[in-house]
Unconditional design. Structure first.
Ligand code: NAD
Length: 372
């Protein structure tokens, strides 16, 4: 395993290996890019097959965070952490406090949050050792569950995508199939039903489907019949990689727009296939940026109204990305990447004039050591 080569492949700034024999902590923090601010990204806990798999994952995920923050207009860089271990059996206070102490040692270059395999309680343990953690519960002064903000952003993103495809953003009368009746999916169905959409909802958990059917008047369907239905919009809000060789030929929707991360099984191949099939794909990391917007707001002293307003601006962002895709006849995922890279280039290229460091404001300013 050649760490330097792996780092230079995606242009990573820093990779930190953490080891603590007393607590059994084995973790990797990857800081991809801090051009825009401190690297923020969650901590994933997973029983990786080996060290190489953990490194590969953290490098891939941290780069994704750079693009997500850059596209969303946030003053944050991209980072991610992985803890090697089984999240069901290997968690304890000492492990997460040890992890927190290492994060403190990075002096704000990396800020963590929850991710797959970690939860609010774990982050509260981390917080006992460092202030560089976000996504804390409301009771402890944090922002709590980010899904209402994510769902609003996805709803606005769907409206923008419908506008791009059909010329008007009115959703009344449109048929939308939401896959995943979890946190984001349920809130999203609420928004869609309020605007008079016909909504199909599916989940592997029948109870969740029933709840959404009862709460919002959606139509429950089984996961296997989803792609047989006539629909205008397919909204993946469950797992990644649902847009693939098998599903694209069956797809009746004109639009794919949902909250799930990494929706395209193979970005290049499936992005191109969708373009050729005339299906408009809302780039996942742009439309689901509400969660990141929410934790970024927590760093500034949380105000949900402000976070919701910022999430609404995903509408304009999507339209901008679609115009780049249209003008260049490129897949929308590629347009999103170009948009993010352009911001990194422009902000990274600002002339380096002397700035007095006497007037820092906000928690993010303090953390990043930047004048904002
Ligand atoms: P969640 O765990 O609350 O909900 C996911 C739902 O998907 C669950 O109800 C689960 O049973 C269901 N599911 C799993 N496999 C399925 C399948 N094959 N078919 C149908 N349903 C299936 O998660 P969430 O917080 O609502 O997030 C949904 C997605 O959005 C995830 O991919 C997540 O990474 C992404 N996302 C979430 C946020 C957020 O703020 N929560 C932010 C950005 C991205």
């Amino acid at each position: 395993m050649d760490v330097f080569n792996s780092m230079s492949l995606r242009d990573h700034e820093q990779v930190v290996y953490l080891s603590d024999n007393r607590t059994g902590l084995r973790a990797i923090i990857a800081i991809h890019n801090t051009t825009l601010g401190p690297a923020l990204g969650g901590t994933r806990m997973w029983a990786y097959e080996d060290e190489a798999a953990a490194l590969k994952d953290v490098l891939r995920l941290s780069r994704g965070m750079t693009y997500k923050a850059a596209a969303a207009g946030l003053n944050l860089g991209g980072g991610k952490a992985v803890i090697i271990g089984n999240p069901k059996t290997d968690k304890n206070e000492a492990l997460f406090r040890s992890f927190g102490r290492f994060i403190e040692g990075l002096a704000g270059r990396y800020i963590t949050a929850e991710d797959v395999g970690t939860e609010t309680r774990d982050m509260e343990w981390v917080r006992a050792e460092t202030k560089y953690v976000t996504g804390i519960s409301k009771q402890l002064g944090g922002s709590g569950d980010p899904s209402p903000v994510t769902a609003l952003g996805v709803y606005m993103g769907i409206k923008a995508t419908v506008k791009e495809m059909f010329g008007t953003d009115v959703l009344t009368g449109k048929t939308i199939a939401v896959q995943g009746a979890g946190h984001v999916g349920s809130y999203l169905v609420g928004h869609l039903r309020k605007e008079g959409c016909k909504v199909y909802i599916t989940d592997i958990d029948d109870e969740r489907v029933t709840r959404v059917v009862n709460d919002y008047g959606a139509i429950g369907v089984s996961p296997s019949e989803l792609f047989d239905l006539d629909m205008d919009v397919y909204s993946p809000c469950a797992l990644g990689a649902t847009v693939n060789d098998e599903t694209i030929p069956k797809m009746k929707a004109k639009i794919i727009a949902g909250a799930a991360n990494n929706q395209l099984a193979d970005e290049k191949k499936h992005g191109q296939m969708l373009l050729e099939k005339g299906i408009l794909y809302a780039p996942d990391y742009v439309i689901n940026a509400g969660g990141l917007i929410n934790v970024a707001n927590e760093l500034e002293g949380y105000n949900q109204e402000k976070a919701l307003t910022q999430a609404r601006s995903i509408y304009d962002l999507m339209l901008k990305i679609y115009s780049i895709a249209r003008e260049n006849n490129i897949p929308t995922y590629e347009a999103a990447n170009l948009f993010a890279e352009k911001r990194l280039e422009l902000i990274g290229g600002i002339k380096s004039v002397y700035v007095s460091k006497s007037e820092f404001s906000g928690r993010l300013g303090e953390m990043s050591g930047r004048h904002r």
